[in-house]
Design a protein around this ligand. Structure first.
Ligand code: ZN
Ligand code: ZN
Length: 131
């Protein structure tokens, strides 16, 4: 089990069971949403994710036809990436309060990565999505 929260703690969540993988998305939308070199998301089956506090604080932004990004409407912390064609969601890994431990990781959309970033770790790099 894992727990996490936004910067101001208005929103808290729990993830039951294991986190399957961690993806670092270098697409321009994830970079914008995180204000960072890339967005790191823990991939979690929908039924294992539970908001435990602050549901009314959750802001929702539809970033494309199938995709929704949520954030804390008070502090602005990025929280979730939901693609309604998939049965899992991405939880912004920087909001975890529990150590993640050893899980498989991957970089995706590396063709879109910021030119000031060099990927120097051992994880696979995919030009597009990981599938
Ligand atoms: Zn917050
Ligand atoms: Zn992305």
């Amino acid at each position: 089990m894992y727990t996490g929260s936004c910067l101001c703690k208005a929103v808290e969540y729990r993830i039951d069971g294991a986190i399957d993988s961690l993806v670092h998305c270098h697409c321009s939308m994830c970079r914008k949403a995180h204000g960072a070199a890339f967005g790191s998301y823990a991939q979690v089956p929908l039924e294992r994710f539970h908001l435990t506090r602050g549901k009314d604080q959750l802001g929702v932004y539809h970033s494309s036809a199938h995709c929704t990004r949520t954030f804390c409407s008070h502090c602005g912390a990025t929280l979730q990436f939901v693609d309604n064609r998939r049965h899992d969601l991405g939880v912004a890994a920087g909001t975890l309060d529990t150590p993640l431990g050893e899980v498989p990781q991957a970089h995706i959309f590396v063709d879109s990565k910021a030119d000031w970033v060099e990927i120097c770790d051992r994880w696979p790099q995919h030009r597009l999505d990981s599938e």
